[in-house]
Design a protein around this ligand. Structure first.
Ligand code: FAD
Ligand code: EPU
Length: 311
C-alpha cells in the first residue's frame, strides 16, 4: 500500500470510529493551545469524548489501532515536540460531569474535572482534604496518573476508587491499595491505563477553616513559583534528599535562556516560555540543566514533565 493509500485508509477508519460513537474528532489539532507551556505542533488525530462511556469505548476502539494513543488532561506536564505527534489523542476536557457527593464524605468526579474547580467546590461544600492541590492546573485524570502533590499531600492520599477503561471498553472500578501510588508515579502510569474518573475520601470541616488553608497554600505558591508565566511546572522530580530547584539556584542557572525559553528567575526547576519559545528551545534548556545536575551530583535527574514526540 502506498503512503497516500494508508493515510486514506486511516482517515476512513478514524472517522468511522468517531461517527459510530458520536465523538467529535479533528485532524491536525495544534497542541500548543492545549498545554500550559504553549509549545509544540499538532496531533494528527484529536478525539473529544463527552461521556465516560463513550470514552471507554473509544479507548477500546483505538488502543490496538495503527497509531499510538495519547491521553491529554490539562496539558500542564507536557512538552510537545515542534513537529507534533502522529498519534490519536484522546482529550479528557469534556469528561467533567458535576462532582457528586456520596456517602461518608466521599466525592465522585470525572477525569476531565479541573483541579482548581474541584478545590473551590470542596471549599463551598465544607469538604476538606484537597486543599494541598491549590494552584495545580491539572485535570483529575492527569493528577492521578502523575500522583500530583504539594504541601505534603498528593492525589494518591485521597483516592479510594479510580475508574479506568477496560481493554473491552467498559468502565471498571479499581480499588486503591497500598503501593498504587508513589512520588510522582502511580499504577496508572505503570500499567498504561486510561483514568475516566475517581472517588475521593474527604472529611467535613468548616468552610472558613478550609478556605484559610487554601489561601495559605496559594500565597506560598505565588511567592515561590512563576504563576504568571507559561510553564509545565517542575521539569525534574526532586532527588530523594535535595530539591532540584535549590540546586539549579546554587549553580547560578536561573535566568539562563535558549531562544524563547528561560529557567525561571523565581524557581530553578521551572522553565518558562518567555518569548514564543519553540519546543526545541525548551528541550535544549532541559538538556543543559540535566548535564549541570549530573555534573554537580553524579546522579541523573528524573524528568517529571513528559515529552511528546514521535519515536
Ligand atoms: P497532562 O499534562 O495532560 O498529562 C500528564 C500525563 O498524564 C500524560 O502522560 C498524560 O497522557 C497522562 N494523562 C492525562 N490524563 C489522563 C487520564 N485521564 N488517564 C490516564 N493518563 C492521563 N505537579 C505536581 O505534582 N505538584 C505541583 O505542585 C504542581 N504545580 C504545578 C504548577 C504549575 C504552574 C504547572 C504548570 C504545573 C504544575 N504541576 C504540578 C505539574 C502538573 O500540573 C501535574 O503533573 C499534573 O498532574 C498534570 O496533570 P494534567 O491533567 O495537566 O495532565
Ligand atoms: N529553593 C531555592 N531556589 C529555588 C527553588 C527552591 O533555594 O529556585 C529552595 C526553597 O527555598 C526551599 C527548597 O528549595 O528551601 C524547596 O523548595 P519548594 O518548597 O519550592 O519545593 P520544591 O521541592 O522546589 C516541590 C514540588 C512542587 C510543589 C512544591 C510545594 C517537586 C519536583 N516539586 O517543589 O511541585 O508545588 O514542592 O509543595 O516535587 C511540580 O511537581 O511540578 C511542582 C511544581
Amino acid at each position: 500500500m502506498t503512503a497516500a493509500a494508508r493515510d486514506r485508509d486511516l482517515r476512513w477508519r478514524y472517522r468511522e470510529i468517531a461517527a459510530d460513537l458520536g465523538v467529535a474528532v479533528r485532524e491536525d489539532e495544534p497542541l500548543a493551545r492545549h498545554t500550559t507551556l504553549g509549545v509544540g505542533g499538532p496531533a494528527a488525530w484529536f478525539f473529544e469524548p463527552e461521556t465516560l462511556d463513550q470514552a471507554a469505548r473509544l479507548w477500546a476502539a483505538l488502543v490496538d489501532g495503527p497509531l499510538p494513543v495519547r491521553l491529554l488532561g490539562g496539558g500542564s506536564n507536557l512538552v510537545v515536540a515542534d513537529a507534533g505527534v502522529r498519534a490519536a489523542v484522546i482529550a479528557t476536557e469534556r469528561l467533567a460531569p458535576a462532582p457528586e457527593r456520596l456517602e461518608g464524605h466521599h466525592v465522585r468526579v470525572g477525569a476531565g474535572q479541573p483541579v482548581p474547580g474541584l478545590v473551590r467546590w470542596c471549599v463551598a461544600e465544607g469538604l476538606a482534604g484537597v486543599e494541598f492541590a491549590e494552584g495545580i492546573p491539572a485535570r483529575v485524570g492527569g493528577a492521578i496518573r502523575m500522583n500530583a502533590g504539594a504541601n505534603r499531600g498528593w492525589f494518591g492520599g485521597i483516592a479510594r476508587v479510580v475508574l479506568v477503561a477496560s481493554p473491552e471498553g467498559r468502565i471498571e472500578e479499581h480499588l486503591v491499595t497500598e503501593g498504587d501510588f508513589g512520588y510522582r508515579t502511580s499504577f496508572v502510569a505503570r500499567d498504561g491505563l486510561f483514568v475516566l474518573g475517581a472517588e475521593f475520601a474527604l472529611a467535613e470541616d468548616e468552610p472558613r477553616a478550609i478556605r484559610d488553608r487554601v489561601r495559605t497554600f496559594r500565597a506560598r505558591r505565588r511567592a515561590t513559583q512563576p504563576l504568571r508565566e507559561r510553564s509545565a511546572g517542575c521539569i525534574f522530580a526532586n532527588f530523594p534528599d535535595q530539591s532540584v530547584g535549590a540546586l539549579v539556584d546554587r549553580l547560578g542557572l536561573k535566568g539562563r535562556r535558549v531562544g524563547g525559553a528561560e529557567v525561571s528567575t523565581l524557581h530553578g526547576n521551572f522553565i518558562v516560555n518567555r518569548q514564543q519559545a519553540r519546543a526545541a528551545d525548551v528541550l535544549a534548556l532541559i538538556d543543559e540543566l540535566r548535564d549541570a545536575l549530573l555534573h554537580e551530583t553524579g546522579l541523573e535527574p528524573r524528568l517529571e514533565v513528559e515529552i511528546w514526540k514521535d519515536a
